[in-house]
Design a protein around this ligand. Sequence first.
Ligand code: Z5A
Length: 218
Amino acid sequence: MNSVLDVIAGHPGFFSLEGVDGSGKTTQLALLADRLRQQGRDVLTVREPGGTPVSDKIRQLILSPENPIVPAAELLLFSAARAQLVADVIAPALRAGKIVLADRFGWSTLAYQGYGRGMDPGPIRELFRIACGDVWPLHSFLLDLPVTSMRGRLEAGGRPADRMEREDSSFFDRVRQGYLSIAKENPDRFTVIDAGRAPEAVHQAIVSGLSPMLPAFR
Ligand code: Z5A
């Protein structure tokens, strides 16, 4: 496919975790960051949307259940939050030689706004160029989880559902299938991991996938 992503190589110090809600991204990001730090690496973790004062305000706006937001506005808000995070936090950290681990990045927009909401992927990819420039993860780990398991984990967590989490199961099914399609179309940029296993097994799978991309990481 001819798109802006074909010409963005991915930064060698930048990695992201992707997947539906409750797939374990936050848990795995913390385990991975700890492991890298124990091996003496300088690691920055970020989560999207958020991570700067402006991006955090946009996060509140997008996720509050009382705000009805049309798909086009949703797409632009996620993109605006990302543009600020890239400029203020991710790009400077990469320039300083840090490893950046992101809990979601642009692939989430293709999966949720593209496949989930049914928006045209062409303009979404063009927005990546505007928001991110050449800042893109070298590789992403897709934590794949069936929607029934996702629901079970979120209900067990007990916190009230945000605006996105109130979508029905067919929306999340489109998102999950969208992620799997994106990973299939971009095999060099993705490792798909069965996230239904115990946290330690998922962690080991991520470490195995990452080690060839980071010198002396195990
Ligand atoms: N979104 C979008 O539409 N477009 C975009 O461009 C971007 C985002 C960037 C952000 O929500 C929402 O914005 C998200 C996508 C959309 N919404 N939806 N719907 P968020 O940042 O608040 O949350 P999230 O990213 O969706 O993730 P989460 O709910 O925080 O889940 P998680 O980080 O993937 O999982 P977790 O917190 O590590 O674990 C969830 C629970 O499962 C917790 O109780 C854990 O203890 C448990 N857990 C974790 N791992 C396991 C395993 N392996 N086994 C069993 N239980 C586990």
